[in-house]
Design a protein around this ligand. Structure first.
Ligand SMILES: [Zn+2]
Ligand SMILES: [Zn+2]
Length: 360
C-alpha cells in the first residue's frame, strides 16, 4: 500500500494494475488515498463502482475528532451511488451493470428493537455500517443488499441518488414530528440537514418555513432554496423575529439541526405553547440540557428526539428522490475528484460548500 502525498491534489492519479483507490481516515485531520487490491464480493454482497460519494456532517465530525464507533485508520465515506461491478453468490435482485443507490446501514430484523418496529435502534445498523465510499469501488454488505438497496432510475442523477441516507434520516424525523401544511416551522441550523428538512417541508406544502443559522452565505443558500424567512442568530433581534412569527405565537414546530447544546436550548425556548420540538442533531458526548419544568409542563411541549432511520423511511426517501419533487440535488454545491479529498474537507471546514460530490 502506498499513501498519496497530501500535496497531491491534482486530477490525474495513476493506479497500478490490479489496484484501486480507497480513502482512509488515518487519524483526526489526516486523510490518505491508498492503493488497495480490488476486493471481491462474498455471499450476498455487491461490489459497486462508485460514481458519486457525498460528504456528510458525520464525516466532518469524524475528520475533526474521530468517531466513537470507528477504529482508525478506517475506510471513509458512507453516502454513495454507483454501478454494480460484481455480485456475490446468492444475489438475485442485482446484476453487473445495474445502477444502484443504497443506505449504508440495515437492521438485522430479529432483535428486540427490530421486533418492535424500532429498527433504527438495531445495534447491527451502526456496527455493520458500510464504510469506504470515497473510493473507486465499494463492497456493500449482504444485510444492506437485502433490505436497503435500490435500482437507481436512469433519470435520477447519481449525485442526487447519493442523498438517500441523509434524506432517510429527515424522513424518519418528519414522520415522527408530523408537520402539518398549516404549520409554521422553525429550523435551527442552516447546514445540509437543515436545508434538506426545509426542502422536505416545502414538498409537503408546509405554510411557513423559517431557517435560523449563522453566516451570510449559508442563509443566502437557505433563501435561494426556498426558506420564507431567514434569521441570523448572530445578529441582535433574532429572538424577537422568531417570536413574532405565526401571528405572534411563535413556531408550531422547531427542528434543531446544529447538534449543539445551545441549539437544543434555543429550540426549547423558541417553540410556541403546545408546540413540538425535534432534537435532530446529536450533541457531543457527555453534554446535558437542563429544562425549565414549568415551561415543559404548563406550556404542554412535546419533545422528540428521532435517531437514524428504519427501512420504511429509506423506502419513502427513495420514492421521494425518484419523484424528483424535492429537488434535493440542489443542496449539492461542490464537485471534486477523489484525488482532491483533502481539499474537499478543507472546504467543508471553511463552510464553503453544503454537500460536496466526490467523483472517483
Ligand atoms: Zn451521512
Ligand atoms: Zn435488529
Amino acid at each position: 500500500m502506498k499513501a498519496t502525498p497530501a500535496a497531491d491534489t491534482t486530477t490525474s492519479y495513476a493506479v497500478s494494475p490490479g489496484q484501486v483507490r480507497q480513502a482512509m481516515l488515518v487519524e483526526p485531520g489526516r486523510l490518505e488515498v491508498r492503493e488497495v487490491t480490488l476486493p471481491h464480493p462474498g455471499p450476498g454482497e455487491l461490489l459497486v463502482h462508485v460514481e458519486c460519494a457525498m460528504t456528510c456532517g458525520t464525516d466532518l465530525k469524524a475528520y475533526r475528532r474521530g468517531h466513537p464507533m470507528w477504529r482508525l485508520p478506517a475506510a471513509f465515506g458512507h453516502e454513495f451511488a454507483g454501478v454494480v461491478a460484481e455480485i456475490g453468490s446468492g444475489v438475485e435482485n442485482f446484476r453487473p451493470g445495474d445502477a444502484i443507490m443504497a443506505a449504508p446501514t440495515a437492521p438485522c430484523g430479529g432483535c428486540f428493537y427490530c421486533g418492535r418496529g424500532q429498527e433504527n435502534l438495531c445495534s447491527q445498523a451502526m456496527e455493520k455500517m458500510v464504510l469506504g465510499a470515497y473510493a473507486d469501488y465499494l463492497l456493500v454488505g449482504a444485510h444492506v443488499v437485502a433490505r436497503n438497496a435500490f435500482h437507481k432510475p436512469a433519470d435520477l442523477p447519481f449525485e442526487e441518488a447519493a442523498l438517500l441516507e441523509p434524506l432517510s434520516c429527515v424522513v424518519h424525523a418528519q414522520e415522527i414530528a408530523r408537520p402539518e401544511p398549516s404549520d409554521t416551522v422553525l429550523i435551527i441550523g442552516a447546514g445540509p440537514f437543515g436545508l434538506l428538512h426545509m426542502l422536505a417541508l416545502r414538498a409537503l406544502g408546509v405554510h411557513e418555513v423559517i431557517v435560523a443559522g449563522r453566516g451570510e452565505q449559508r442563509l443566502q443558500w437557505a433563501q435561494q432554496l426556498g426558506a420564507d424567512h431567514v434569521v441570523d442568530v448572530g445578529q441582535s433581534g433574532a429572538e424577537e423575529a422568531i417570536a413574532r412569527s405565526n401571528g405572534g405565537f411563535g413556531p408550531d414546530l422547531v427542528i434543531e439541526c446544529t447538534g449543539q447544546v445551545g441549539g437544543w436550548a434555543d429550540a426549547f425556548d423558541r417553540v410556541r405553547r403546545g408546540g413540538r420540538v425535534v432534537f435532530f442533531g446529536g450533541c457531543p458526548l457527555n453534554t446535558t440540557l437542563a429544562l425549565d419544568t414549568r415551561r415543559m409542563h404548563y406550556d404542554n411541549l412535546t419533545l422528540l428526539s428521532p435517531f437514524h432511520f428504519r427501512p420504511r423511511d429509506v423506502k419513502r426517501a427513495f420514492d421521494m428522490l425518484c419523484s424528483r419533487k424535492l429537488g434535493a440535488g440542489r443542496i449539492v454545491n461542490g464537485h471534486l475528484p477523489l484525488s482532491q479529498l483533502t481539499e474537499v474537507f478543507a472546504m467543508l471546514e471553511r463552510g464553503a460548500v453544503l454537500k460536496c460530490a466526490v467523483i472517483p
